[in-house]
Design a protein around this ligand. Structure first.
Ligand code: SF4
Length: 275
């Protein structure tokens, strides 16, 4: 069994103190645009949860419930999981201060979540009992190529660790609007971060990594993307990114990075121009 840090909070970050830890979401936000990173994690400006983000959270909660029961030898079918989501619906809403324009919108989202959970469990084949479920891993960042301790931990919440013959597969769930060809680069920071955390925690390399996408099409689809264990050059690149990020933090230097990403940026309402 993988031992874990006591706290967890994947959707939101636990603290505005950017020096307390590095996470894949912090790194990815900084890579996308340093100003967006500063507005969110240093200035503490958070946008309300969108229906799409909330749907992801509900689906994650459902799969977590399913796998936690598996760990104690109980099998839930999709009806059981969906009923449990229904039972904790109000709590999920209040955790995120989530509101809907109409009860119709709320019902639609509930049905979408149920459809995705149902499709996932329907397609799930035989799989060993997970070694860890929704687990917070935190490890000091020590550059494996120079042995330098960077003085800050890496923290990540891993959805699932599935044991294999010699080592384990690290799995992440995503909800997505459409299916697409595997593009490893999109997930590189997250995959490398999870690989580093897994290796630092267990003292062995992962046997592979997986992203299981729950696609929100009219008829929900489930796609598994498999990625091999991280290579030396991928981990080297990860540490180069971490060092560049820490340099920016040290200098308090956050450059605007205007581009395609601005169309989906929560700060493109003028907030970014004022910073
Ligand atoms: S709108 Fe563009 S430049 Fe401004 S914070 Fe967002 S991504 Fe950065």
């Amino acid at each position: 069994m993988i031992s874990t840090a006591p706290d967890r909070n994947k959707g939101g970050e636990r603290s505005r103190d950017v020096w307390s830890y590095i996470s894949p979401s912090r790194l990815n936000t900084w890579l996308k645009c340093p100003v967006a990173f500063k507005l969110r994690y240093i200035d503490g400006i958070r946008s309300p949860t969108t229906p799409s983000l909330f749907l992801g959270k509900v689906v994650h909660a459902g799969l977590e419930c399913f796998y936690r029961h598996r760990q104690v030898g109980m099998h839930l079918d999709s009806g059981d999981v969906i009923q449990r989501l229904e039972d904790c619906w109000e709590a999920l809403l209040s955790e995120d201060c989530m509101t809907f324009v109409s009860t119709d919108d709320e019902d639609k989202l509930k049905q979408q979540a149920a459809g995705l959970v149902h499709a996932y469990l329907d397609q799930l084949g035989d799989e060993p009992v997970p070694a860890a479920v929704e687990t917070t891993l935190q490890e000091p960042l020590v550059d494996p190529f120079t042995a330098e301790d960077l003085g800050i931990p890496l923290l990540g919440v891993v959805d699932l660790i599935v044991p294999g013959d010699s080592s384990s597969v690290v799995v992440d769930f995503k909800t997505s609007g459409r299916s697409g060809p595997p593009c490893e680069k999109v997930h590189e920071v997250q995959l490398s971060a999870y690989s580093y955390l897994y290796r630092a925690t267990t003292q062995q390399a992962e046997s592979g990594l997986q992203i299981r996408s729950l696609i929100k099409t009219k008829t929900p689809k489930i796609e598994y993307r498999e990625y091999p264990a991280r290579t030396e050059s991928q981990l080297r690149r990860f540490f180069q990114i971490v060092r560049a990020y820490l340099d920016d933090l040290d200098r308090g230097r956050f450059l605007h990075r205007p581009g395609f990403g601005c169309t989906m940026c929560e700060f493109n309402d003028g907030t970014c121009d004022e910073s």
